[in-house]
Design a protein around this ligand. Structure first.
Ligand code: MN
Length: 260
């Protein structure tokens, strides 16, 4: 099995190397990752400047590609020919910090796995839910290796990826694995306004306080309970309940002769 590894924490992130080492038990691992931290870049892509992919040496002595592009760019570059071997699995991570609930909308890690799914390759994103610099990646890396092996037998349907979060707990405190749906997590948004030395205003987007809605069956609840969370995520963002309801609103009866 040929595995592409990328991330949004950058090519030299410890989580990337931990993931690569663990996945080498399952196959040949290729690394194409952003040359700098790109967390919360979402699914942005680079269209208006040249993309680079420079060979770099990782701390294990292996060769990888560092790109000035986003995580999504890295997946596109790799699958469109930078890696000459056909890729069977895309794994993004290990992200340092959770990707739960509404985080998925902002996450470069999850977007990289989405790009893999868009390109028809089985993909998952994996995160450890603490952003301490001394976080232990071992349990998360081991689970990634196990899941990668499983995905050789159980194939994900088209347009579907997995989003995995592993609680940042000692191994003997991780209670098990739950299959979950995307829950609700938001940050109490605030803006801090300051003045620069020339008296011009600048702003910091805050949002440190996390508000989780701890509904049963969700990713946020599984992590709160000490479980590994595995969510199937679909690329189709349509809300089918609302779609059905909207037929009674009469939108489709709009008379296009009124467009003038
Ligand atoms: Mn990140």
């Amino acid at each position: 099995m040929n595995i592409l590894v990328t991330n949004d924490d950058g090519i030299h992130a410890e989580g990337l190397l931990a993931l690569k080492s663990a996945l080498e038990r399952s196959g040949k691992v290729y690394v194409v990752a952003p040359d700098r931290p790109r967390s919360a870049c979402g699914h942005s892509i680079t269209l208006h400047k040249p993309l680079r992919a420079d060979e770099v040496r990782l701390r294990d002595g292996s060769t990888a590609y560092a790109s000035n592009g986003t995580p999504s760019d890295c997946v596109s570059l790799a699958l469109l020919g930078l890696i000459e071997e056909p890729i069977d699995l895309v794994v993004a991570g290990i992200n340092r910090g959770p990707n739960l609930g509404w985080d998925l909308t902002y996450s470069g890690t999850v977007s990289a796995a989405m790009e893999g799914a868009i390109m028809g390759v089985q993909s998952f994103a994996i995160s450890v839910t603490a952003d301490r610099t001394d976080v232990d990646y071992t349990p998360t890396a081991s689970f990634a290796a196990w899941l990668a092996a499983l995905l050789q037998e159980q194939r994900l349907p088209a347009d579907t990826l997995l989003n995995v979060n592993v609680p940042a707990l000692p191994i003997d405190q991780i209670k098990g694995v739950r299959i979950t749906r995307q829950g609700q997590r938001r940050y109490t948004g605030n803006v801090v306004k300051r003045l620069d030395p020339s008296g011009r205003a600048y702003y910091w987007l805050g949002g440190d306080t996390v508000v989780d809605k701890l509904d049963e069956g969700t990713d946020v609840k599984a992590i709160a309970d000490g479980y590994i969370s595995v969510s199937p995520i679909h690329l189709d963002l349509t809300d089918y309940n609302t779609l059905r309801e909207m037929f009674s609103w009469g939108i489709q009866n709009f008379d296009v002769r009124n467009l003038g």
